[in-house]
Design a protein around this ligand. Structure first.
Ligand code: ZN
Ligand code: ZN
Length: 290
Protein backbone atom coordinates (compact mmCIF):
# COMPACT_ATOMS: atom_id res chain seq x y z
CA UNK A 1 0.00 0.00 0.00
CA UNK A 2 1.64 3.21 -1.09
CA UNK A 3 -1.07 5.80 -1.16
CA UNK A 4 -1.51 8.88 0.96
CA UNK A 5 -4.61 10.68 2.20
CA UNK A 6 -4.99 14.39 2.72
CA UNK A 7 -7.16 13.76 5.76
CA UNK A 8 -8.48 17.32 6.07
CA UNK A 9 -8.82 19.86 3.27
CA UNK A 10 -11.35 22.46 2.15
CA UNK A 11 -11.51 21.85 -1.59
CA UNK A 12 -14.45 24.23 -2.13
CA UNK A 13 -12.48 27.06 -0.52
CA UNK A 14 -9.46 26.99 -2.84
CA UNK A 15 -9.16 30.25 -4.74
CA UNK A 16 -6.80 28.52 -7.22
CA UNK A 17 -4.89 31.80 -7.30
CA UNK A 18 -1.38 31.42 -8.67
CA UNK A 19 -2.13 27.88 -9.84
CA UNK A 20 -1.56 26.75 -13.39
CA UNK A 21 -4.93 25.11 -13.43
CA UNK A 22 -8.00 27.23 -12.80
CA UNK A 23 -10.12 24.28 -11.81
CA UNK A 24 -10.15 21.65 -9.15
CA UNK A 25 -9.44 18.84 -11.62
CA UNK A 26 -5.89 20.13 -12.10
CA UNK A 27 -5.37 20.19 -8.34
CA UNK A 28 -6.59 16.60 -7.94
CA UNK A 29 -4.48 15.50 -10.90
CA UNK A 30 -1.33 17.05 -9.44
CA UNK A 31 -2.05 15.51 -6.04
CA UNK A 32 -2.37 12.09 -7.62
CA UNK A 33 0.97 12.56 -9.40
CA UNK A 34 2.47 13.33 -5.98
CA UNK A 35 1.10 10.11 -4.52
CA UNK A 36 -1.86 11.75 -2.76
CA UNK A 37 -4.73 9.55 -3.74
CA UNK A 38 -7.60 10.34 -1.36
CA UNK A 39 -9.10 13.45 0.16
CA UNK A 40 -11.43 14.31 3.01
CA UNK A 41 -12.93 17.66 2.09
CA UNK A 42 -14.53 19.47 4.98
CA UNK A 43 -17.58 21.74 4.76
CA UNK A 44 -17.88 24.40 7.49
CA UNK A 45 -21.39 25.60 6.57
CA UNK A 46 -24.43 24.17 4.76
CA UNK A 47 -23.58 26.27 1.72
CA UNK A 48 -20.05 24.88 1.65
CA UNK A 49 -21.50 21.41 1.86
CA UNK A 50 -23.40 21.96 -1.41
CA UNK A 51 -20.22 23.19 -3.10
CA UNK A 52 -18.11 20.31 -1.81
CA UNK A 53 -20.77 17.83 -2.80
CA UNK A 54 -20.67 19.13 -6.38
CA UNK A 55 -16.89 18.63 -6.48
CA UNK A 56 -17.02 15.18 -4.87
CA UNK A 57 -19.71 13.93 -7.28
CA UNK A 58 -17.11 13.48 -10.01
CA UNK A 59 -14.58 11.64 -7.87
CA UNK A 60 -14.81 8.38 -6.02
CA UNK A 61 -11.67 9.28 -4.07
CA UNK A 62 -13.07 12.45 -2.45
CA UNK A 63 -14.83 11.95 0.87
CA UNK A 64 -16.75 14.65 2.72
CA UNK A 65 -17.12 15.96 6.23
CA UNK A 66 -20.00 18.20 7.21
CA UNK A 67 -20.58 20.44 10.20
CA UNK A 68 -20.87 24.05 11.28
CA UNK A 69 -17.43 25.38 12.15
CA UNK A 70 -17.17 27.19 15.52
CA UNK A 71 -16.05 30.33 13.65
CA UNK A 72 -19.00 30.14 11.21
CA UNK A 73 -21.80 29.92 13.76
CA UNK A 74 -22.82 33.54 13.35
CA UNK A 75 -23.13 33.04 9.56
CA UNK A 76 -25.62 30.30 10.13
CA UNK A 77 -27.50 30.99 13.36
CA UNK A 78 -30.53 28.92 12.39
CA UNK A 79 -28.86 25.65 11.52
CA UNK A 80 -30.86 22.64 12.57
CA UNK A 81 -29.93 19.16 13.69
CA UNK A 82 -32.31 17.75 11.06
CA UNK A 83 -30.69 19.55 8.16
CA UNK A 84 -27.21 18.56 9.28
CA UNK A 85 -28.28 14.95 9.74
CA UNK A 86 -29.87 14.94 6.28
CA UNK A 87 -26.58 16.13 4.78
CA UNK A 88 -24.59 13.61 6.79
CA UNK A 89 -26.80 10.76 5.66
CA UNK A 90 -27.18 11.93 2.05
CA UNK A 91 -24.35 9.78 0.71
CA UNK A 92 -21.83 7.20 1.85
CA UNK A 93 -19.18 9.68 0.72
CA UNK A 94 -20.01 11.75 3.80
CA UNK A 95 -17.92 10.06 6.46
CA UNK A 96 -17.27 12.68 9.15
CA UNK A 97 -19.17 15.08 11.41
CA UNK A 98 -17.40 18.42 11.52
CA UNK A 99 -15.48 20.31 11.78
CA UNK A 100 -16.90 21.32 15.11
CA UNK A 101 -15.27 22.31 18.38
CA UNK A 102 -14.11 25.41 20.20
CA UNK A 103 -11.96 28.33 19.12
CA UNK A 104 -11.29 30.79 21.94
CA UNK A 105 -8.35 32.25 20.07
CA UNK A 106 -10.31 33.93 17.29
CA UNK A 107 -13.75 34.16 18.87
CA UNK A 108 -13.71 34.12 22.67
CA UNK A 109 -16.86 36.27 22.56
CA UNK A 110 -18.98 33.48 21.05
CA UNK A 111 -17.90 30.90 23.63
CA UNK A 112 -21.43 30.03 24.79
CA UNK A 113 -22.67 29.62 21.23
CA UNK A 114 -19.67 27.42 20.40
CA UNK A 115 -20.20 25.18 23.43
CA UNK A 116 -23.88 24.66 22.61
CA UNK A 117 -23.06 23.84 18.99
CA UNK A 118 -20.23 21.48 19.93
CA UNK A 119 -22.53 19.54 22.28
CA UNK A 120 -25.17 19.26 19.52
CA UNK A 121 -22.59 18.04 17.00
CA UNK A 122 -21.45 15.29 19.35
CA UNK A 123 -25.06 14.16 19.83
CA UNK A 124 -25.55 14.11 16.06
CA UNK A 125 -22.32 12.12 15.55
CA UNK A 126 -23.57 9.52 18.01
CA UNK A 127 -26.93 9.42 16.21
CA UNK A 128 -25.56 9.02 12.69
CA UNK A 129 -22.65 6.85 13.89
CA UNK A 130 -19.91 8.84 12.19
CA UNK A 131 -16.67 10.09 13.78
CA UNK A 132 -16.04 13.72 14.77
CA UNK A 133 -13.53 16.13 13.28
CA UNK A 134 -12.61 18.46 16.12
CA UNK A 135 -11.19 21.97 15.86
CA UNK A 136 -9.71 23.07 19.20
CA UNK A 137 -7.82 26.30 19.65
CA UNK A 138 -6.94 27.71 23.07
CA UNK A 139 -9.85 25.80 24.53
CA UNK A 140 -8.19 22.74 25.99
CA UNK A 141 -10.10 22.37 29.25
CA UNK A 142 -13.57 22.94 27.81
CA UNK A 143 -12.87 20.71 24.80
CA UNK A 144 -11.80 17.80 27.00
CA UNK A 145 -14.62 18.31 29.50
CA UNK A 146 -17.25 18.30 26.73
CA UNK A 147 -15.74 15.32 24.88
CA UNK A 148 -15.95 13.40 28.15
CA UNK A 149 -19.37 14.56 29.38
CA UNK A 150 -21.03 14.00 25.98
CA UNK A 151 -19.51 10.52 25.47
CA UNK A 152 -17.59 11.44 22.33
CA UNK A 153 -15.46 8.37 22.97
CA UNK A 154 -18.33 6.36 21.48
CA UNK A 155 -18.31 8.19 18.13
CA UNK A 156 -14.53 8.56 18.05
CA UNK A 157 -12.79 11.11 15.92
CA UNK A 158 -9.73 13.19 15.31
CA UNK A 159 -8.35 16.42 16.72
CA UNK A 160 -7.36 18.14 13.51
CA UNK A 161 -4.54 20.67 13.05
CA UNK A 162 -3.20 19.82 16.47
CA UNK A 163 -1.28 22.71 18.05
CA UNK A 164 -1.88 22.08 21.75
CA UNK A 165 0.28 20.50 24.46
CA UNK A 166 1.53 16.97 25.03
CA UNK A 167 -0.88 16.77 28.00
CA UNK A 168 -3.82 17.59 25.76
CA UNK A 169 -2.63 15.02 23.22
CA UNK A 170 -2.36 12.37 25.93
CA UNK A 171 -5.90 13.10 27.15
CA UNK A 172 -7.27 12.92 23.58
CA UNK A 173 -5.46 9.64 22.90
CA UNK A 174 -6.90 8.29 26.17
CA UNK A 175 -10.35 9.10 24.81
CA UNK A 176 -9.55 7.03 21.71
CA UNK A 177 -9.08 10.03 19.42
CA UNK A 178 -6.55 10.38 16.61
CA UNK A 179 -4.25 13.40 16.31
CA UNK A 180 -3.75 15.08 12.94
CA UNK A 181 -0.92 17.42 11.99
CA UNK A 182 -0.74 20.18 9.36
CA UNK A 183 2.18 22.07 7.82
CA UNK A 184 2.46 24.04 11.09
CA UNK A 185 4.82 21.28 12.23
CA UNK A 186 7.34 22.45 9.59
CA UNK A 187 7.35 26.07 10.80
CA UNK A 188 10.42 27.25 12.71
CA UNK A 189 8.64 28.41 15.87
CA UNK A 190 6.61 25.18 16.22
CA UNK A 191 8.78 23.37 18.78
CA UNK A 192 5.67 22.70 20.88
CA UNK A 193 3.99 20.88 17.97
CA UNK A 194 7.15 18.87 17.33
CA UNK A 195 7.10 17.83 20.99
CA UNK A 196 3.63 16.41 20.38
CA UNK A 197 4.75 14.66 17.17
CA UNK A 198 7.51 13.04 19.19
CA UNK A 199 4.95 11.82 21.73
CA UNK A 200 2.06 10.60 19.54
CA UNK A 201 2.45 6.98 18.38
CA UNK A 202 2.39 6.40 14.62
CA UNK A 203 -0.75 4.28 14.79
CA UNK A 204 -2.75 7.24 16.15
CA UNK A 205 -1.49 9.92 13.80
CA UNK A 206 -2.77 11.50 10.59
CA UNK A 207 -1.48 14.17 8.21
CA UNK A 208 -3.50 16.89 6.52
CA UNK A 209 -3.10 20.17 4.66
CA UNK A 210 -6.14 22.10 5.98
CA UNK A 211 -5.75 23.81 2.60
CA UNK A 212 -6.18 26.54 1.41
CA UNK A 213 -4.56 27.59 4.70
CA UNK A 214 -1.19 26.74 6.29
CA UNK A 215 1.07 25.73 3.37
CA UNK A 216 4.10 23.90 4.79
CA UNK A 217 7.75 24.84 4.38
CA UNK A 218 9.15 25.03 1.65
CA UNK A 219 6.00 26.29 -0.09
CA UNK A 220 4.87 28.53 2.73
CA UNK A 221 3.30 31.74 1.47
CA UNK A 222 1.43 30.34 -1.51
CA UNK A 223 -2.04 28.83 -1.41
CA UNK A 224 -1.93 25.40 0.14
CA UNK A 225 -3.29 22.40 -1.81
CA UNK A 226 -3.54 18.65 -1.21
CA UNK A 227 -0.29 17.68 -2.99
CA UNK A 228 1.60 19.68 -0.35
CA UNK A 229 0.67 17.15 2.31
CA UNK A 230 3.76 15.37 0.97
CA UNK A 231 5.98 17.99 2.61
CA UNK A 232 4.34 17.50 5.98
CA UNK A 233 4.54 13.73 5.56
CA UNK A 234 8.24 13.92 4.75
CA UNK A 235 8.96 16.24 7.63
CA UNK A 236 7.23 14.00 10.16
CA UNK A 237 8.72 10.83 8.67
CA UNK A 238 12.25 12.25 9.00
CA UNK A 239 11.46 13.47 12.50
CA UNK A 240 10.13 10.07 13.60
CA UNK A 241 12.88 8.15 11.79
CA UNK A 242 10.63 6.18 9.45
CA UNK A 243 10.40 6.21 5.66
CA UNK A 244 7.82 8.39 3.91
CA UNK A 245 6.33 5.27 2.44
CA UNK A 246 5.93 3.68 5.85
CA UNK A 247 4.30 6.79 7.32
CA UNK A 248 1.99 7.06 4.28
CA UNK A 249 0.96 3.46 4.79
CA UNK A 250 0.33 3.85 8.52
CA UNK A 251 -1.57 7.13 8.29
CA UNK A 252 -3.71 5.69 5.47
CA UNK A 253 -4.51 2.67 7.62
CA UNK A 254 -5.43 4.98 10.49
CA UNK A 255 -7.79 6.82 8.17
CA UNK A 256 -9.39 3.55 7.07
CA UNK A 257 -9.75 2.45 10.66
CA UNK A 258 -11.33 5.67 11.92
CA UNK A 259 -13.72 6.25 9.03
CA UNK A 260 -14.39 2.62 8.20
CA UNK A 261 -13.54 2.99 4.52
CA UNK A 262 -11.32 1.05 2.16
CA UNK A 263 -8.82 3.08 0.18
CA UNK A 264 -7.52 1.98 -3.19
CA UNK A 265 -4.14 2.33 -4.79
CA UNK A 266 -5.79 2.71 -8.17
CA UNK A 267 -6.31 6.46 -7.63
CA UNK A 268 -2.61 7.02 -7.30
CA UNK A 269 -0.76 7.88 -10.48
CA UNK A 270 2.63 7.72 -8.85
CA UNK A 271 3.68 5.55 -5.97
CA UNK A 272 4.43 7.57 -2.90
CA UNK A 273 7.83 5.95 -2.60
CA UNK A 274 8.74 7.04 -6.11
CA UNK A 275 8.17 10.73 -5.49
CA UNK A 276 11.04 12.47 -3.78
CA UNK A 277 10.61 16.01 -2.53
CA UNK A 278 12.83 17.08 -5.40
CA UNK A 279 10.38 15.63 -7.86
CA UNK A 280 7.44 17.31 -6.13
CA UNK A 281 9.19 20.63 -6.63
CA UNK A 282 9.74 19.73 -10.29
CA UNK A 283 6.09 18.88 -10.70
CA UNK A 284 5.16 22.17 -9.06
CA UNK A 285 7.55 24.26 -11.24
CA UNK A 286 6.29 22.59 -14.35
CA UNK A 287 2.69 23.24 -13.42
CA UNK A 288 3.35 26.86 -12.58
CA UNK A 289 4.97 27.37 -16.01
CA UNK A 290 2.30 25.64 -18.03
ZN1 ZN B 1 -10.06 23.72 11.95
ZN1 ZN C 1 -10.23 22.91 8.50
Amino acid sequence: MTFLVDSHCHLASLSLEGKASDNIDGIIERASRCGVSHFLSIACTSEEFEKNFEIAKKYNNIYLGCGIHPLNLEDEPDWTDERLKTNLLSSNKVIAVGETGLDYHYAPETKDLQIASFVRHIGIALDVKKPLVIHAREAKDDTLAILKSENARDSGGVIHCFTDTVDMARACLDLGFYISFTGIVTFKPSDNVREVVKYVPLDRMMVETDCPYLAPVPVRGIENEPSFVRYTLKYIADFKGVSENELARITSENFEELYNVKLSESYCKTKCSEVSSYKIEKIMDKDFEE
